[in-house]
Design a binder for this molecule. Structure first.
Ligand SMILES: NC(=O)c1ccc[n+]([C@@H]2O[C@H](COP(=O)([O-])OP(=O)(O)OC[C@H]3O[C@@H](n4cnc5c(N)ncnc54)[C@H](O)[C@@H]3O)[C@@H](O)[C@H]2O)c1
Length: 440
């Protein structure tokens, strides 16, 4: 394919040389003449292991050129890859000045450049940009009414996941290949362009592709911070945090795994809140600050409060909670955020009914029943024995259990508002008119 690469920094140079090394015809564009001249001499404008040879060989093979003139790059090109910088503005938001300028350069170049055979061109954002940028900033520049004769354009987002220092290696072995676009032809074109990677392509919408890179970078930063905070607390006890985290990382079931990585409701139970408080106390006692781990409980409280506020704002007065324990398949109510919800709704004078297939007055026995009757008598009064009894007259449903009988009863009750705390309740619930995910 014929590819124009805008921006010859770390991402652009690796991308341009990488694509050229796999047979694509690439023309790189940069406003910085020194970078362009470097490529023209067969040298890389950035330092990265392996990039020198890659650029040299691609230029020698006639598959990589560079220019400051966007027209020469867009001439006959199937794809424009935008790899310009997206630095922080003084306020911390993403400065899209270079993105705007580069896509306008592509658009202006189309006035004089010959379109590719068939006239179809995909403008791909490779830089890291906030969700909404491709649809709101990039696509309008190429809105079909104003395009020069012979050109039709689709917009796509293909985030780059390379790390500096091993950029070339990462380019050829990315964690995933993501193509965000609403356009089938663009999806096919980019699938073909990246075919040499031999990986399945995740075809997603623009916003998902734009968001993913931020999620990845935030998570990497959180991991580093977490390890540092653990190390700092434990070192005050004479414990070597390196050894703790080494063994920690061997747990591929919960620690280094997809576990706990789905958006949903607040955590709770008999261990997480208690042990977070204990860690905070250990840190405080020893004069160590752990702001990130310390703020997990605050963030958790925000999740609970947001659900309460959302319900109160509707003005509905009758709430049914489906699921009471902190997670399914347990009757443990210690620090259950669902219990917290019930108590706050009762405190606000709402009419509350609760159904939990396990925390059920008809099924509980022994100590658990005694605990419910004595310590949680106020909640015990709200518990319904059957789903039908619980949904009777309710306007708002807050669901954290996927119990089939309960979900069937919710659907039959024609709810005004359903707040899904679970995330995998299935189409029958998600298609209800009043459905809302807790954070999606
Ligand atoms: N550096 C990384 O490791 C990395 C990894 C993944 C994603 N990203 C993202 O990729 C993007 C680029 O990062 P980078 O580190 O390669 O940036 P960089 O600053 O190294 O390079 C950007 C280049 O774009 C050029 N440029 C600016 N406006 C232009 C225009 N109108 N036309 C042509 N060229 C223009 C600049 O002269 C510069 O050479 C950023 O959004 C960044 O967040 C970076």
């Amino acid at each position: 394919m014929k590819v124009a690469v805008f921006g010859l920094g770390y991402v652009g140079t690796v991308t341009a040389a990488g694509l050229a090394s796999r047979g694509h015809e690439v023309v790189g564009v940069d406003v910085d003449a020194m970078k362009v001249e470097a490529i023209c001499r067969g040298e890389s404008p950035v330092v990265e292991p392996g990039i020198g040879v890659l650029v040299h060989d691609a230029v020698a093979a006639g598959l990589l050129q560079a220019t400051t003139d966007a027209r020469l790059a867009v001439e006959g090109a199937d794809v424009s890859l935008i790899c310009v910088g997206t630095p922080s503005s003084a306020r911390g938001d993403t400065d899209l000045t270079y993105i705007r300028r580069a896509v306008e350069d592509v658009r202006d170049a189309m006035e004089v450049a010959t379109p590719p055979a068939g006239g179809f061109h995909t403008v791909v954002i490779r830089s890291t940009v906030p969700p909404g940028t491709c649809a709101g900033v990039v696509a309008p520049v190429f809105s079909s009414g104003g395009l020069p004769e012979g050109w039709s354009v689709a917009t796509a987002m293909c985030p780059e996941f390379l790390r500096e220092g091993c950029g070339v290696e990462d380019f050829f072995a990315p964690p995933f290949v993501v193509v965000g676009t609403e356009d089938t032809r663009a999806h096919e074109a980019l699938g073909a362009m990246f075919a040499f990677l031999g990986q399945d392509v995740h075809h997603v919408d623009l916003g998902t592709a734009e968001s993913l890179k931020y999620a990845c970078n935030a998570f990497h930063a959180v991991k580093v911070t977490f390890a540092n905070e653990m190390g700092r607390v434990f070192s005050t006890f004479g414990v070597d945090g390196r050894r703790v985290m080494e063994i920690f990382s061997e747990d591929r079931k919960l620690n280094v795994s997809p576990a706990y990585l789905r958006p949903g409701f607040a955590f709770g139970g008999s261990c997480l809140p208690k042990d977070l408080r204990a860690l905070q106390s250990m840190a405080r006692t020893n004069g160590v600050e752990i702001p990130m781990v310390g703020s997990a409980l605050i963030s958790n409280e925000v999740v609970v409060r947001s659900v309460v506020d959302r319900v109160l704002q509707t003005g509905y007065r009758s709430v049914c909670l489906v699921g009471l324990s902190f997670k399914m398949d347990t009757d443990d109510l210690r620090e259950s955020p669902n219990l917290e919800l019930a108590e706050r709704f009762v405190g606000k004078g709402l009419d509350v009914r609760i159904y939990d297939p396990i925390v059920n007055p008809d099924r509980l026995v022994g100590a658990n029943l005694r605990h419910l009757q004595s310590k949680l008598a106020h909640v015990n009064r709200l518990l319904a024995a059957t789903p039908e009894e619980a949904v009777e007259g309710a306007e708002v449903f807050i669901i954290s259990s996927s119990d089939k009988d309960a979900l069937r009863a919710v659907v039959a009750a024609s709810p005004k508002l359903v707040i899904d705390l679970h995330g995998r309740l299935g189409a029958d619930i998600e298609q209800l008119a009043g459905y809302a995910g807790v954070s999606w």
